[in-house]
Design a protein around this ligand. Structure first.
Ligand SMILES: Cc1cc2nc3c(=O)[nH]c(=O)nc-3n(C[C@H](O)[C@H](O)[C@H](O)COP(=O)(O)OP(=O)(O)OC[C@H]3O[C@@H](n4cnc5c(N)ncnc54)[C@H](O)[C@@H]3O)c2cc1C
Length: 256
């Protein structure tokens, strides 16, 4: 399965934000025409979150309206911590006005995330859990990777426990880390949580061997597929996670 992301973030004008939403509308039309059951992932700074709440919500609403007839799920990605409240406020506003095809993302590196997960689950809002990809200050996020990993496992367990109580919550565990994946599988099997009640997610092209393996084991796997011309910030985040990707990228440029 896939979730498709039209690359872009931090636009500077309302016109650019509208164009970004237009691109999603075209994407949703193409998916519906091809009868593809995909999700889409959006970033709210691409829809104008830094410019005006009103414009951003209007763009998000337009995308959700277009996604609704084909029951396409729209995931609102999480960005840097300066935007956490704005993203959660916008997703809650959509859910409160009757959209059930919207969910968001929580980052295990933030101290606040256990509380956010508890309230989002109580409100019936679907969560994707990731470690977090932005540079954050030590008063907001765990600086040590071991602490982020420990929190990821704790939050995975909270999400799986909530999914057992409320099957529609269907959490998404986004990671390429075999230790996180094993911890999730172990908790699910120990607590009788069926593999159909959650999914794993990974980025397009990363650990394809692992994507195959866990899919063959019978788990749901969704691949995040970014496309478009605004690839630079996405690429830089991937490089920061794994500098070896720079060599991979440069060598692929020279392949015949
Ligand atoms: C589907 C999906 C959606 C995401 N959405 C968001 C979001 O909305 N907001 C956000 O802040 N972050 C998001 N992220 C990014 C996430 O927060 C992490 O930065 C990223 O996934 C790396 O963390 P990891 O869990 O894979 O573990 P890490 O500890 O970073 O890596 C574990 C192992 O995975 C492999 N690996 C990891 N990254 C790479 C790479 N770039 N290239 C090659 N191998 C790699 C390596 O083998 C590594 O040892 C998303 C990630 C995924 C998979």
């Amino acid at each position: 399965m896939v979730t498709i992301d039209h690359l872009g973030e931090n636009v500077a004008t309302e016109a650019e934000a509208r164009e970004a939403a237009d691109a999603y509308v075209r994407l949703l039309d193409a998916l519906a025409l091809a009868r593809l059951k995909a999700h889409v992932s959006v970033k709210l700074t691409q829809f104008g979150l830094d410019i005006s709440d009103e414009a951003c919500l209007a763009n998000l609403r337009r995308v959700l309206d277009r996604a609704r007839p084909s029951e396409t799920f729209v995931r609102v990605d999480m960005e840097g911590s300066a935007h956490t409240d704005g993203v959660l406020r916008s997703v809650r506003a959509m859910k409160a006005s009757g959209y059930d095809n919207v969910g968001t993302v929580i980052q295990a590196y933030l101290f606040r995330s256990a509380d956010d997960i508890a309230s989002l689950c109580a409100e019936g809002i679907r969560v994707r859990l990731c470690k977090g990809a932005y540079k954050e200050p030590p008063d907001k996020a765990y600086p040590k990777k071991t602490d982020v990993d420990a929190n990821y496992v704790k939050l995975t367990e909270a999400l799986l426990a909530a999914a057992k109580e409320t099957p529609g919550l269907y959490p998404a565990l986004a990671t390429h880390d075999p230790k996180m994946i094993d911890a999730a599988k172990r908790y699910a099997s120990q607590h009788g949580i069926p593999s159909s009640s959650f999914e794993f997610q990974m980025l397009y092209g990363i650990r394809r061997d692992l994507q195959d393996q866990i899919s063959k084991e019978g788990f749901n796997v969704r691949v995040y597929v970014p496309y478009g011309t605004q690839w630079y910030p996405y690429f830089m985040r991937r490089l920061a996670e794994r500098p070896a990707n720079l060599w991979f990228f440069v060598s692929s440029l020279f392949k015949p």
